[in-house]
Design a protein around this ligand. Structure first.
Ligand code: GLC
Length: 522
């Protein structure tokens, strides 16, 4: 079956406030993204995902929307959005935007109305429970900690907020809310967006009876905060009815050509991620087991095998190492080893697995989390480090902005920046470019089947990518020691270290933290 564009594409996530500042106010903006489209094009990027660009009081940095059909003035205006999409499309780059349907800002006019009185027409757009201030309606916890309910004395009622109290949850049991969100989807698709990354998609609808969540009996080793004794969101997240809501979104999206829905999916059971990837639901869904895996071949193998086994032919995987919510992978991998060498191995894995890769801005140059002094902290839950300004050069502010002060402090741009890496064939940037080019010119890396190689040491990850006419083997050494692997003879297409020869005999010896892509003679 011919693959769709989003199955062939390499995606790149842009945090617009931190990519490039075009007007010197210290904050990245949409015109700044437009200016750098040639850079993305040369890297081989096919699609970008923009973190939220809508007006917002910024309690959760744009994930608290106060107008779904506008642009935050810090970032530009609708004309700037049109310029960006037109220029991206001219280069064959698609643009997807963040849709945040689960909650609004408490300053959104819908919520302002909803909270005004118990009989307001928008009352039922949010989840209200009348009661007394000493007793919350149930035991649900906010993802950011503390109770998920806030008492509002205006109407002597509680409202639900699964995130900050400034982010009241919309009520998807109300068809008006569903219809309103369909309008928002149409608005951006009419305007030329190629689709959406949809925030908190699995959480859109809650238990009709608001039953108490149970407590976890065991810790999940892959998701440390899912610890024994914490709440399992059985009734507040991943309810069966959510699939109807998603199908509705998909119907709207499918009434336009070639658009996609990518979910921020935290299924309650990871084996069930594929439930969201149906021909009438999402095209793509993020795989957080993989993103969160420790730098250990066994962990990655586990996440990949689980995906390959549970997905079946209808669902298509995505792979992501970093995003705006977690410390960058290079910083995580540096805690107990050589972060740079490890991140290069991970890049090879990211770009050779069967599925669609998402690169987080700056990852292609090995950007690390910035140090954020206490007085510069912006995010209420401490995620600033991975959101620091893109490091373009060793100019002031890393070439990100001409302002005296940037909205978040910059990282180590003297050592790590685009300009310095552009013409260095050994740089991480050159590695990403070569990997993406290789992917595009090697059908087995995109269309080929995935099969684990059985005879590899446990602490290495080795897999085949095959088409009827091409046989590729990807061999990744996750250890700080050399490792020998018995493989058929072949030609090395790419390695993360320097090698004296590009042909191999029956044993391939991998250097510490080396990744190799091998074309086996067929
Ligand atoms: C998602 C976003 C995160 C945000 C949260 C609430 O998890 O990725 O940044 O804080 O939703 O909208």
């Amino acid at each position: 079956m011919a693959l769709q564009w989003w199955q062939r594409a390499v995606f790149y996530q842009i945090y617009p406030r931190s990519f490039a500042d075009s007007n010197g106010d210290g904050i990245g903006d949409l015109d700044g993204v437009t200016v750098h489209l040639d850079y993305l094009s040369a890297l081989g990027i096919d699609a970008i995902w923009l973190n939220p660009i809508n007006p917002s009081p910024l309690d959760d940095w744009g994930y608290d929307v106060s107008d779904y059909c506008g642009i935050h003035p810090d970032l530009g205006d609708l004309n700037a959005f049109d310029r960006l999409t037109a220029e991206a499309h001219r280069r064959g780059i698609r643009v997807i935007v963040d849709l945040v349907p689960n909650h609004t800002s408490n300053q959104h006019p819908w919520f302002v109305e909803s909270r005004a009185s118990r009989d307001n027409p928008k009352r039922d757009w949010y989840i209200w429970v009348p009661g007394s201030p000493d007793r919350a309606p149930n035991n649900w916890q906010s993802t950011f900690g503390g109770p998920a309910w806030k008492y509002d004395p205006t109407t002597a009622s509680w409202y639900l907020h699964m995130f900050l109290e400034q982010q009241p949850d919309l009520n998807y049991r109300n068809p008006e809310v569903v219809e309103q969100m369909h309008q928002v989807i149409r608005f951006w698709l009419e305007r030329g967006a190629d689709g959406f990354r949809i925030d908190v998609i699995a959480g859109l609808i809650k238990d009709a009876e608001l039953r108490d969540n149970p407590i976890r009996a065991a810790t999940d080793p892959d998701i440390p905060w899912h610890a024994k004794g914490t709440q399992d969101p059985l009734y507040s997240h991943d309810r069966p009815e959510v699939h109807d809501i998603i199908r509705g979104f998909r119907r709207v999206s499918d009434s336009y050509e070639q658009r996609i829905l990518v979910g921020e999916t935290w299924p309650r059971e990871h084996e069930r991620l594929a439930d969201f990837l149906r021909p009438d639901e999402l095209q793509l869904a993020f795989n957080f087991r993989f993103l969160l895996a420790r730098y250990d071949a066994r962990r990655f193998r586990g996440a990949i095998e689980l995906t390959e086994k549970s997905f079946g032919p209808a669902a298509w995987p995505t792979w992501t190492l970093s995003n705006h919510d977690f410390p960058r992978h290079i910083s995580r991998y540096s805690r107990d080893g050589d972060g740079e060498a490890r991140a290069r191995v991970a890049a090879v894995m990211l770009l050779t697995l069967r599925g669609t890769p998402f690169i987080y801005y700056g990852e292609e140059i090995g950007m690390r989390d910035a140090e954020i002094p206490a007085e510069s902290k912006r995010d209420p839950v401490g995620r600033d480090g991975c959101r620091s300004p893109m490091q373009w050069s060793d100019a002031p502010n890393g070439g990100f902005s001409t302002s005296a002060k940037t909205w978040l402090p910059c990282g180590d741009f003297k050592a790590i920046n685009v300009e310095r890496q552009l013409n260095d064939p050994h740089s991480t940037l050159s590695l990403y470019r070569r990997l993406i080019q290789l992917r595009k010119s090697t059908p087995a890396l995109v269309e080929g089947s995935y099969r684990q190689f059985d005879n590899a040491p446990e602490d290495c990850l080795v897999f085949h990518r095959d088409t009827p006419t091409q046989h590729i083997v990807v061999a990744l050494n996750f250890t700080a020691k050399p490792r020998a692997i018995d493989l058929p003879a072949g030609k090395i297409l790419l390695s993360t270290v320097s090698r004296s020869t590009d042909s191999t005999s029956s044993t391939l010896t991998l250097a510490p933290n080396e990744a190799v892509i091998l074309m086996i003679d067929v």
